[in-house]
Design a binder for this molecule. Structure first.
Ligand code: SAH
Ligand code: SF4
Ligand code: F3S
Length: 439
């Protein structure tokens, strides 16, 4: 019998990292590791890192600092660094931090079990010729009713501020047959909602029966899987929103009416200098077409404030775009210069100006988010229960529009999809009453 060892995983960054962490834990599971939530119990600690902004990267080193004591007390403890900082900094991490044993990039993690077995300190940040996913064990963990499924990785867009094309490499799409198998496997384990993931998910172009399939065709095929009630996908680039994908939002009931479509800025001058290759007007017309296909769709976006050269007029143009669209949610960030990206060569906007702009933008977004949420009151929605709520007899789940909804339903079970009337809206969630117990 293999000896049971404990693995503690910490995940930073995007949903792709959440997916990767799960797959790494499963790959190590095949070598006798079981996961633990208690870091002091761990025989191996794996930090799956994010490089997107300076603050995200720095978290790695503060966590490694904290692990020093643990490793001193337990010399056999293995420490692994995975993810985008691993890719960007490679062997530098071993030099800077003596507690680290293994550094593994996002394209090399299928080789992690072999690295662990080999022992010693090592780095693997190669981009493989083989299919990483094909080398990993089948997904078997016990899971809730929702799951991520990576369909595409990497990015060829090279936005001037962004490290992703360097840390994740160029765009690669997984073949259709593999994705259908993985999706069917998830549904067989009780999954009812799948979110397709990719750094540029709507650029998906995988080998399928009869040739190359785009994301719309993949979604339509996934929608035929019995028991799979909901589909979502993230993150998309505006320039890859093809007509067939927009049409799918109109006629695919499983495709949920929520779309994350980052625009970053509302100023054409800044968009150009960001290398986004679209204007504010083109983005607004795209939103019109999406809303024509699915009028109740909620849109969300990412914004960067204080990009080098951003003036007050540029900032106002971003606020104007936000007012014109009316977002259901958004993430906004102060620009962070990243080593190796073209924008990092340019003079930054003063920090106090960027802070003030971020605050102004967030105030506007928060008001829009709240308005979109309040507008749900009185409406009938479907809620997929994800866990029991804090109150007795309460269930919590997500509506089609991705709002968190609390429902009083003592017999409720995780994984049930229920018809609910929204009765109230508080800061970050909705309250609803059960309309039917059969769906
Ligand atoms: N592929 C996705 C995710 C990119 S990272 C996309 O294209 O949207 C998520 C967000 O982080 C980006 O949309 C951007 O708003 C933000 N971001 C990326 N690089 C950044 C930087 N250098 N400084 C601040 N925010 C950044
Ligand atoms: Fe980064 Fe731009 Fe690619 Fe998104 S589209 S991952 S922001 S380079
Ligand atoms: Fe971060 Fe890498 Fe994701 S930089 S946002 S973990 S792709």
């Amino acid at each position: 019998m293999t000896e049971v060892k404990k693995l503690f995983v910490k995940t930073y960054g995007c949903q792709m990292n959440v997916y990767d962490s799960e797959r790494m834990a499963e790959a190590l599971g095949a070598k006798g590791y079981v996961t633990t939530d208690v870091v002091e119990e761990a025989d191996m600690v794996l930090l799956n890192t994010c490089h997107i902004r300076e603050k995200a990267s720095e978290k790695l080193y503060s966590d490694l600092g904290r692990l020093r004591g643990l490793k001193a007390a337990k010399p056999g403890l293995k420490v692994g660094v995975a993810g985008c900082v691993a890719q960007a900094e490679g062997a530098e991490i071993l030099r800077r931090s003596p507690v680290v044993d293994l550094v593994v990039g996002p394209q090399a993690y299928h080789r992690l079990p072999a690295m662990v077995e080999a022992g010693g300190r090592m780095v693997d940040t190669d981009f493989p010729v083989e299919d990483k996913f094909g080398q990993l064990p089948e997904r078997k963990s016990l899971r809730g009713p929702t799951a991520f499924l990576t369909v595409q990785e990497g990015c060829d867009k090279f936005c001037a501020f962004c490290v992703v094309p360097y840390t994740r490499g160029s765009e690669v799409s997984r073949p259709v047959a593999r994705l259908l198998d993985e999706a069917r496997g998830l549904v067989a384990q009780g999954v009812r909602e799948i979110t397709l993931l990719g750094q540029n998910v709507n650029a998906y172009h995988g080998e399928g029966p009869g040739g190359v399939w785009g994301l719309a065709r993949l979604l339509r095929e996934l929608a035929t899987i019995d028991g799979l009630a909901r589909l979502r996908y993230t993150t998309s680039h505006p320039n890859d929103m093809e007509d067939d994908l927009i049409a799918a939002h109109g006629d695919l009931p499983q495709l949920m009416p929520y779309l994350h479509l980052p625009v970053q800025s509302g100023s054409d001058r800044i968009l150009k200098s960001m290398n986004r290759k679209h204007t504010a007007e083109q983005y607004l017309r795209l939103i019109d077409r999406i809303r024509a296909a699915r009028p109740d769709i909620l849109l969300s976006s990412d914004f960067i404030v204080g990009f080098p050269g951003e003036t007050d007029a540029d900032h106002q143009a971003t606020l104007d775009l936000i007012r014109a669209v009316g977002f259901g949610a958004a993430f906004s960030f102060k620009y962070s210069a990243r080593p190796g990206t073209p924008a990092a060569e340019k003079a930054p906007v003063a920090a106090d100006i960027a802070d003030a702009r971020l605050q102004e933008l967030q105030t506007l977004i928060t008001a829009q988010q709240r308005a979109a949420q309040d507008a749900m009151v009185g409406r009938e929605v479907q809620v997929l229960y994800e866990k029991p709520g804090r109150r007795d007899g309460q269930m919590v789940g997500k509506s089609d529009h991705q709002h968190a909804v609390h429902v009083l339903h003592p017999e409720g079970q995780v994984g049930q999809l229920m018809r609910v009337r929204i009765t109230g809206s508080v800061t970050n969630s909705l309250a609803g009453e059960l309309l039917s117990t059969t769906l």
